[in-house]
Ligand binder design. Structure first.
Ligand SMILES: Nc1ncnc2c1ncn2[C@@H]1O[C@H](COP(=O)(O)OP(=O)(O)OP(=O)(O)O)[C@@H](O)[C@H]1O
Length: 286
């Protein structure tokens, strides 16, 4: 054993070191590039699939191994098709700046009480004035693809900034604002629309976009209807309408809960609470 290690070390050339460093650098840059995008979850899935395939081979589970190997082959082709837009964007990034880190915002340690109050205050006032708005509070899922469709803002959340963005007929009022922690990251963003057919026909694209983003991420979408001033939220692909300030504050407190575990726990409570009050809230209106 020691002899083998010594042999390997004696055969090690400076060229091998350069080889390893280049591969490590490329892997690091790719990881940085896909960090906080949908592709990050897929990569995790792929790693699990690879480990399972290897394990099944070592354990001699022939059928499982055969299945996993075939799934990998088909899966890689499917991934190339599904992630074609992301791959294109990644190559564009490489071409432009050589694998720069596109995920620059880190969660801060702030207390989000002020942020929550500023959002509630804004939504309340927009609702009173019947100014349409779409505000997305990012969760763990990266929204870089969506952020790239809008205009970068990167300002601290304040009711002045948010209200200003949604002033009708100004350049940024159309589309969605993306908030991450206590920062307004971007405005005028285009969200994916849900293709659900069972949504109240009176609800237009603003509400469909809110549901759409909540289907593809763990974000919370807050909608203020321009027509009625009604405040709604979309979460996990479900739209809940007729929220008042207190309900909205409660939802935001859950969203900004300090840890992922607490958040998951609180969202369970929220779901139960929602089921209980669903009728009164025009819950999931069709
Ligand atoms: N995919 C999208 N991403 C982000 N914002 C969108 C998207 N689609 C529409 N919007 C926003 O919604 C506005 C259009 O709202 P529309 O009247 O169709 O929706 P609605 O759900 O009926 O809302 P409202 O009750 O406010 O009228 C657009 O001007 C734009 O600001």
């Amino acid at each position: 054993m020691w002899q083998q290690v010594l042999n390997a070390v004696s055969l090690f050339r400076i060229r091998d070191l350069i080889d390893i460093l280049i591969i490590a650098y490329i892997a690091y840059r790719i990881l940085m590039l896909i960090k906080e995008t949908r592709a990050e979850q897929v990569l995790k899935g792929l790693v699990i699939l690879l480990i399972s395939t290897q394990l099944s081979e070592w354990l001699g589970l022939n059928t499982v191994n055969w299945l996993l190997r075939n799934a990998m082959t088909v899966g890689v082709i499917a991934l190339l098709i599904v992630f074609q837009p992301e791959l294109r964007r990644a190559l564009e990034h490489i071409g432009r700046a050589g694998l720069i880190n596109i995920s620059s915002f880190m969660p801060s340690e702030n207390d989000y009480g002020d942020t929550i109050e500023e959002i509630v205050k804004t939504v309340q006032s927009l609702s009173k004035d019947k100014i349409g708005a779409l505000i997305i509070i990012a969760g763990k899922t990266g929204l870089n693809e969506i952020i790239e469709t809008g205009i970068r803002v990167d300002g601290k959340v304040s009711s002045e900034l948010l209200s200003n963005i949604f002033v009708p007929n100004t350049p940024l009022h159309d589309g969605a604002v993306i908030i991450k922690d206590d920062r307004v990251i971007a405005a005028g963003c285009f969200l994916p629309l849900t293709d659900r057919q069972d949504i109240n026909k009176q609800l237009g694209t603003r509400h469909r976009a809110a549901i759409g983003v909540s289907e593809v991420s763990d974000a919370l979408a807050i909608v203020v209807s321009e027509e009625t001033g009604v405040i709604s939220i979309a979460r996990e692909g479900k739209l809940t309408r007729y929220l008042d300030s207190k309900m909205l504050r409660d939802v935001l407190v859950q969203m900004y809960a300090p840890s992922h575990e607490t958040k998951a726990f609180n969202w369970r409570i929220w779901r139960e609470w929602r089921e209980k009050h669903g009728q009164n809230m025009g819950d999931d209106e069709k």
